[in-house]
Design a protein. Structure first.
Ligand SMILES: *Cc1c(COP(=O)(O)O)cnc(C)c1O
Length: 494
């Protein structure tokens, strides 16, 4: 029997995994959730013996039940290969009493690679299974990280094209260089004169244009999305929590069955939701600690039960967490409401009309596993410096938000449970903020000078992802006005 997926917002017909991956978002605007969360079949004692790819298969086969073993293994092996700079794929570093689960060893050196390296393969396989013969066109608006990871994932994947829009003056120089040097016949990168919201709204408008969809269908194209609400991105993220647990047992750091805490630097709530799913599958996780930066909507939510996005948007040194609407939280809301689509719809309507909602006491009771914390800019910078001074280990700004939250939690609670911190980006991706946290003498250096300085100071090699873009040729130079995005898409698709 297949595990089916239903929308968080209505009682419409459930779908298979491959159909849910293809659609991305349900017709009613809801997110696809599995009808039940499957139990991990493999005993905890045996987990540590599995490779990353084997662990991925053990987890994904339980969720993507309409994929054959051959299809799934092919997707997994095409994704987790030598695009990663270590065969461990997600290695663990023990520093100052915490386990840093490094999710940044993929081609764009941020954790988005963990899911976006497999999504293109899941999507094209899903298309074949459902007799979709159109070419799939991925449209994405990015504030920096997702765009490059999606480009790298879809580059030269047969049967797909990818078009990425980014705010021309709204990403870091390294992030821009990473995108505009992207190779691949099927990749298109366009800067827009506007901010991230303009790019996002433009993409939404193109998706919503039914006439355009019909015209493109006539030319053999179909749009799809690579954003983080796709169930094909969520499930691959469960894998590394299961894998990390097994490896820690194998190294003798944990006894099989012993509980761990997990701390996750959070933006759209995808990564920490994956940890919650892992817990529901039977992985011994105690607390799920959700770490926010100054945009602490989630911290306030876990404190009070009120989600309120009516507040100032603050730009921080952890930009991938600068988010006021955490889309994946909807899946948690649905679960703590007791799989109640009507209640979820009511709350999501309130969010879109009033910018806020309040959950019931019963729902609050059901999310006791979660704890919210946040770190200010100053605390984040201080954490980078202290950890470096004490151990020589350098973490990026997003990971540092989590580490700061963990330190505060430990001081307050005296909890000695072993803890895994999700390390979501390489410090090389946010070199300037990281180096300035360590010493203010770096103000006057260029970004690439800082990269070399970081290498010396941390004793780590400059990752290929950064080495490549130093000299790489700029291949994408298109810039357009925010209201010309659809024209650009039409031009590309001829
Ligand atoms: C996307 C991102 C996050 C936030 O992850 P969510 O799944 O959106 O909560 C944190 N850190 C980095 C570096 C990211 O790129």
């Amino acid at each position: 029997m297949n595990l089916m997926y239903r929308s968080t917002r209505s009682h419409s017909e459930p779908m298979t995994a491959s159909q849910a991956i293809l659609k991305g978002l349900a017709e009613d605007g809801g997110l696809f959730v599995p009808q039940s969360i499957p139990e991990l079949k493999i005993p905890l004692e045996q987990l540590g013996k599995l490779t990353y790819q084997e662990t991925a298969y053990e987890v994904m086969k339980l969720f993507f039940t309409d994929f054959t073993e051959e299809e799934l293994k092919k997707c997994i092996n095409s994704a987790y290969d030598d695009k990663f700079d270590t065969s461990e794929i997600a290695p663990i570093t023990n520093a100052d009493g915490a386990f840093y689960l490094e999710l940044f060893h993929g081609s764009t050196i941020a954790f988005k690679d963990m899911a976006l390296s497999i999504l293109p393969h899941l999507l094209t396989t899903a298309a074949k299974k459902n007799q979709v013969t159109d070419e799939i066109v991925i449209l994405t608006a990015t504030s920096g990280d997702t765009g490059k990871a999606a480009l790298a994932g879809f580059a030269d994947v047969d049967g797909t094209k990818i078009i990425v829009f980014y705010p021309k003056d709204g990403v870091s120089p390294i992030q821009e260089k990473q995108m505009v040097t992207q190779k691949g016949e099927n990749t298109f990168v366009i800067g827009i004169k506007g901010n991230f919201d303009d790019a996002q709204n433009g993409v939404k408008a193109i998706f919503g244009n039914k006439e355009l969809a019909v015209t493109l269908k006539g030319k053999g194209y179909q749009f799809s999305s690579a954003n983080s609400i796709n169930i094909g991105r969520l499930v691959p993220q469960i894998v590394y929590y299961v894998y990390a647990y097994g490896k820690l047992c194998e190294k003798g750091e944990l006894q099989p069955g012993e509980k761990i805490n997990v701390v996750v630097p959070t933006g759209n709530f995808g990564n920490i939701l994956a940890a919650f799913y892992a817990k529901n599958m039977g992985l011994p996780i105690d607390k799920l600690i959700c770490a926010s930066n100054d945009n602490k909507v989630l911290f306030d939510f876990f404190q009070s039960g009120a989600y309120d996005r009516n507040r100032e948007f603050i730009l921080t040194t952890s930009p991938s967490m600068d988010i006021l609407i955490s889309s994946n939280l909807e899946r948690l809301i649905y679960k703590i409401a007791g799989d109640d689509a009507d209640k979820t719809l009511e709350l999501m309507k309130a969010l879109s009309t009033d910018g806020k909602y309040i959950i019931t006491d019963g729902m609050k009771e059901n999310m006791k596993d979660f704890l919210g914390g946040y770190a200010t800019e100053q605390e984040t910078a201080k954490t980078i410096k202290q950890l470096y001074d004490k151990t020589g280990y350098v973490i990026d700004t997003h990971t540092a938000v989590a580490a700061a939250v963990y330190n505060k939690y430990q001081t307050e609670s005296k909890d000695t449970t072993k803890t895994v911190i999700a390390s979501t980006a390489s410090p090389y991706k946010f070199t300037r903020s990281v180096m300035e946290a360590i010493d203010n003498k770096y103000d006057s250096m260029t970004d690439f000078e800082l990269v070399d300085e970081l290498s010396t100071l941390s004793g780590t090699a400059v990752p290929p992802a950064i080495e490549e873009i130093r000299q790489a040729e700029v291949l994408h130079e298109k810039v357009c006005d925010a209201d010309k995005m659809q024209l650009m898409v039409e031009e590309i698709l001829g």
